[in-house]
Structure formats: C-alpha cells, structure tokens
Design a protein around this ligand. Structure first.
Ligand SMILES: Cc1cc2nc3c(=O)[nH]c(=O)nc-3n(C[C@H](O)[C@H](O)[C@H](O)COP(=O)(O)O)c2cc1C
Length: 239
C-alpha cells in the first residue's frame, strides 16, 4: 500500500478534477459545435406568395446558430396542361419549380421524422388549408401509429386574398392534425411589435390581393422572420 501525505493527496485530487473539467468542457464544446437542429419548412404555393413567406421564415430561423433549414414544396393538384394555358401563371410555376422542385407526399412523409421542427404553410382556401396540404396530412397515418412526430416543434403560416379572408381559421385548421400527432405548437407572441399590423398569434399571414400579386410588406417579413427565429430557439432548447 502506498501512503501519501495529505498535501500530495490534495494535489492529485485537484489535478484529476482539473483534467476531468477539461475533458468535460472539451466534450461539451465538441457537442455544441457539431449539434445541428434540423428544421423543415414545408409549404404548398400556387402563385408563389406562400413560398415567399417560407423564405422569410427560413431567413429568421437561420439567424439562430446551429440551425439547418430544408425547404420542401408540395405539388399542385392542377395539371400543367391547365397551367400552361395561362402564360403568366406558367411563368410563376416555372420559377417555383426551378427554385423549389416538388417532393412527392410519400417521400415527405418518410422524411418528416428526421426534423426537430416542422413549419407548415398553405394558402387560405375557403378559410381552410389547401387540398394538397390536407393530402399530406392524410398520408401520415404510419407516423401517427408510431408516434413519430410526438414532441416535435411545429408552427404554421398562410396567405389569403382579402383582409379577413380566413387567415386565422386556416392557421388553426393546420394545427388540428399537428395536435393529433402530439406536436408542440409555437405561435407568434405580441412581443413582436409588427404583430399588430400583420399575421396573428396563430402564425404569420399576409394579404396578397384578388390577383395574388401584392408585394410582401415589411411587417409581413418581420413577423415571418420572428416565427422562424422563435421556432429555431425553442427547438434548440427542446432537442
Ligand atoms: C379555391 C380557392 C379558394 C380561396 N379561398 C380564399 C379565402 O377563403 N379567403 C381569401 O382571402 N382568399 C382565398 N383564396 C385566395 C388564395 O388564398 C390566394 O390566392 C393565395 O393565398 C395565394 O397564395 P399562393 O401564391 O401561395 O398560391 C382562394 C383561392 C382559391 C384558388
């Protein structure tokens, strides 16, 4: 048995504790450097207005460090033969296809569980989410059975032609399936000053006019970015 004095014991313990701290800190640093929170922004957009909001939300989310954002677009239910009869519409769709190629619903469903947070966007259709977004949800039974989305952070956004065109009911319509899946829904708090000019506590929304060609406004952008940041921050705390 080796006997050491109390001074030596003290120094050994101190050195061991220092080493332990160094190792611990090092591990933690490595973890925080490598930890990436994955967010998917999943939207449907016929004329590009909801897509523009998705971009602003992504911009806000990326302001938070350690966040990666995947943009995913659901295909339209109108065939290209119909779209191509209207040159202006064709141009919009071609531009959307270039920037955001569509992903089949089946692939999206398989991909969803990889993300810590999912932000859903749909134009308002008679005060409700659009059919392609509903079709996505109707394809998620396997995820529901396995609880694959339980505890994931979720949020919603929408656009509509008119001032009170059903933005809030559309936002809430998208929350119903999210709640059934056990997602944790994040909205926009009134601490975001622009919320009195654009969007609602249920999520960002914008007014696009009857021709769906109104420019996005500064307040719309601020609220959209605020949601992106908030989802990113909350997902970072929960993961
Ligand atoms: C079938 C249909 C129903 C619509 N219902 C509404 C509505 O209830 N309220 C409203 O303000 N706009 C309504 N709109 C307008 C869309 O919300 C608007 O064109 C959309 O927000 C544009 O977004 P996008 O460019 O991403 O497609 C409707 C459009 C379509 C085609």
């Amino acid at each position: 048995m080796i006997c050491v004095g109390s001074r030596t014991r003290f120094l050994v313990v101190k050195a061991a504790s220092k080493l332990n701290n160094m190792l611990y800190l090092k591990n933690e640093d490595i973890m925080s450097e490598k930890r990436v929170i994955k967010i998917m922004i999943l939207f449907y957009s016929r004329f590009g207005n909801t897509a523009k909001m998705a971009e602003e939300i992504a911009y806000g989310a990326k302001e938070i460090s350690g966040i990666s954002v995947a943009m995913r677009r659901i295909a339209d239910d109108v065939p290209m033969e119909v779209v191509s009869q209207n040159p202006a519409w064709s141009k919009v769709v071609e531009d959307l296809n270039d920037r955001y190629p569509t992903t089949p619903i089946e692939n999206l469903v398989n991909e969803l569980p990889q993300y810590a947070a999912i932000i859903f966007g749909s134009p308002t259709r008679f005060g409700n989410m659009a059919a392609p977004m509903k079709a996505l949800w109707d394809g998620t039974s396997s995820l529901w059975v396995n609880g694959s989305l339980v505890g994931k952070v979720g949020a919603v956004f929408t656009s509509a032609a008119s001032v009170h065109g059903g933005q809030e009911s559309t936002a809430i319509s998208m929350m119903f399936p999210m709640l059934h899946h056990g997602m944790i829904i994040v909205g926009v708090p009134y601490s975001v000053p622009e919320l009195t000019e654009s969007g609602s506590p249920y999520g960002p929304s914008r007014i696009v006019g009857m021709l769906a060609n109104k420019e996005i406004e500064e307040a719309d952008i601020k609220v959209a970015r605020a949601l992106g940041r908030r989802v990113a921050e909350i997902a970072g705390k929960l993961v």
